[in-house]
Structures are given as C-alpha cells and as structure tokens.
Design a protein around this ligand. Structure first.
Ligand SMILES: CC(C)(COP(=O)(O)OP(=O)(O)OC[C@H]1O[C@@H](n2cnc3c(N)ncnc32)[C@H](O)[C@@H]1OP(=O)(O)O)[C@@H](O)C(=O)NCCC(=O)NCCS
Length: 245
C-alpha cells in the first residue's frame, strides 16, 4: 500500500503529467496551496499541517531528526521542521518503495538535503502551515512563502538593475510581486546549494505571469526554468535545471 493511500487527506501526491489534484479536504480548507505545473520528471508533495498531524507522524523521523527537533526553540519551528521531513520522507518512500523512516536522508555541508546512491536531487521548503518537498533526477530547488505585508522597499533591495523595469510592469499587486520575485530567486539559490549566502540580487529573472514560468540566470550565469504558483496566501516556486540541448 502506498503511504499516501492511508494519508490523512492533507497531502498532495503529484505524478507526471503534473496537474495537481487535491483531495476535497484541501479544496475545502481555508489554506489554498499554490498550484505548480511542473515537468513530468519532477515529483513533489505538499502538506498542510497542524499540531495534530505532525504529532501523529512523528514516528517517521529518525533519531537524529528527533534530537534536532528537540533542540529547536520555537514550537512553530519544530512543527514546520517535522512537516518538511514528513513531506520529503513520504515522497521519497513512495518513489523508492521503502518505508518513510528508512529513507536515507543526509545533510550536506551546505545545509541542503541529499539521498545518497539514488541519483535524486531533493529540496524542501516550509512556511506558515504548509510544507513542500520535491525530488528529481535533475537538480531542483523549491521555495514557499506565506504572503504577508512587507516594506515596499524590500523589492528594490532584491532586484538587479536590469530586471527592475520588467518586474515593476508585472500585472500583480506589490505584495504578490515581492513574494513571487523572492520565491523565484530563492528557489534557484537553493537549487545551486548556496542559499542566501549569495544575494538574491545576483539572480536575474524574466517572469511570464500568464505561463507561471520564469527564465532565470543564477550568479554563475547558468540558466534555470522556474515554475511558480500564487494563491491568496502563498507563493511557491520550483527551479529546475535545464535539460541539455
Ligand atoms: C536555505 C535557506 C535559503 C532556507 O531559507 P528559509 O526561507 O528559512 O527556509 P525554507 O523553508 O525555504 O527552506 C528550509 C530548508 O532548506 C534546506 N536548506 C538548508 N540549507 C540549504 C542550502 N544551502 N541549499 C539548499 N537548501 C538548503 C533545508 O532542508 C531546510 O529545511 P530544514 O531546516 O527543515 O532541514 C537559508 O536558510 C540559507 O540561505 N541557509 C544557508 C546560509 C545560512 O545558513 N545562512 C544563515 C541564515 S541567512
């Protein structure tokens, strides 16, 4: 039995071709997860979590994760950490056909997660009450942010000079523009493993809101495809390494 078949109805299992279908419990939920239309060789799982669902699934964590969780100061951090591991472990368990607790996750020196000897690249993100995990044979990075009020000046702080005009002309309100740009840039920085050690300003975007897609150049001038989704309360972006031409 696939783990997802007895899941609590709060996760989304995505397989190729990827139009996300959601169980009714999620459609009825006040939390609307952004829909990501992603390539067929990328797999992702989103998970709307609560205190109860993360407690119920604690047994999926290994001893190292339980110890790390115990050292986290805030309950919300503990909960989102657990939710991220649940999303990732159940996604990989179904992919590799093993138990979630047996998924051999390791943390690389950069901080990103890996699953050795599977040939898979992984990424995860959590924000608010949602966690998203992705895996693929291509390099991937995912970011998720709860949309909330931020100073308008933050947008200019993260934009490269050459993308300002393009971004300010997007047909989105200022908060969604900021969180869209932020998640697109952070997804690329997570895919190449630097995270926010590199400035988001060094990542340059060309965003097509109608296609929910961005062409992005990272600080090393490599190109990435980024697929994004916006809901009322969340922005999500998935960076995928380009296929060799
Ligand atoms: C990776 C990073 C961008 C995450 O940002 P965030 O918005 O706080 O958190 P997200 O939900 O998007 O992602 C968290 C996940 O990213 C992953 N991650 C951590 N470091 C990563 C890296 N260098 N590259 C890719 N992914 C990374 C982890 O799996 C983490 O989840 P976990 O903590 O539950 O294991 C940020 O923590 C970072 O840049 N870290 C590296 C540099 C650093 O440590 N700086 C100090 C703080 S700026």
């Amino acid at each position: 039995m696939r783990f997802v078949d007895w899941w609590l109805g709060t996760s989304t299992w995505c397989h190729a071709p990827l139009t996300v279908t959601r169980p009714p419990s999620i459609l009825d939920s006040p939390i609307q997860i952004p829909t990501l239309h992603v390539p067929e060789d990328v797999y992702y799982r989103s998970f709307v979590f609560s205190n109860e669902t993360t407690q119920d699934c604690m047994h999926i964590l290994n001893d190292r994760e339980i110890n790390r969780r115990a050292g986290m100061g805030h309950e919300q951090r503990r909960r989102s950490f657990t939710a991220g591991r649940i999303a990732l472990r159940t996604l990989l368990a179904d992919h590799l056909d093993i138990d979630p607790v047996d998924v051999p996750l390791v943390i690389e020196p950069s901080g990103r997660l890996a699953c050795p000897e599977t040939g898979l690249h992984l990424s995860l993100a959590h924000s608010g009450d949602v966690a998203i995990a992705v895996c693929s044979a291509r390099n991937v990075g995912v970011d998720l942010e709860q949309i909330r009020s931020k100073p308008a000046s933050l947008l200019d702080y993260i934009l490269a000079d050459e993308e300002r005009e393009h971004v300010h002309n997007l047909d989105l309100d200022s908060e969604r523009t900021l969180f869209l740009c932020w998640t697109v840039k952070e997804a690329v920085l997570k895919a190449n493993g630097t995270g926010l050690r590199r400035s988001p300003r060094l990542v340059r975007t060309k965003i097509d809101t109608a296609a929910s897609h961005a062409e992005v150049r990272d600080p090393a001038d490599e190109s990435w495809d980024v697929h994004f989704g916006l809901s009322d309360h969340y922005a999500a972006a998935l960076a995928v390494e380009r296929r060799p031409r």
